[in-house]
Design a protein around this ligand. Sequence first.
Ligand code: SF4
Ligand code: SF4
Length: 61
Amino acid sequence: MAKVIVDHENCEAPECGECVDVCPMEILVLDGDQIKIQHPEECNECEVCMDVCPEECIEIN
Ligand code: SF4
Ligand code: SF4
C-alpha cells in the first residue's frame, strides 16, 4: 500500500489546492485549511500530485 505524506509545514493550502484538483482517486482533500489524506489504500501511485505541487511537499512511497 502506498504511503501518502504531506509536509504541512511547507504546504500552501488552502490557497493552493493543486493536488486536490488533480488526484484521480480523491485521496487528497481540503479539510479546513489543511490537506487531509483519505483512503490512501486506493492511491494508484500515479504521482501526478507530486508533479503539480509547487512546494514539493508531497511524498508517495
Ligand atoms: S499518487 Fe496519484 S492517486 Fe496517489 S495521491 Fe497522488 S495523485 Fe492521488
Ligand atoms: S499541491 Fe502541494 S502546496 Fe499545494 S495544496 Fe497540495 S500539498 Fe499543498
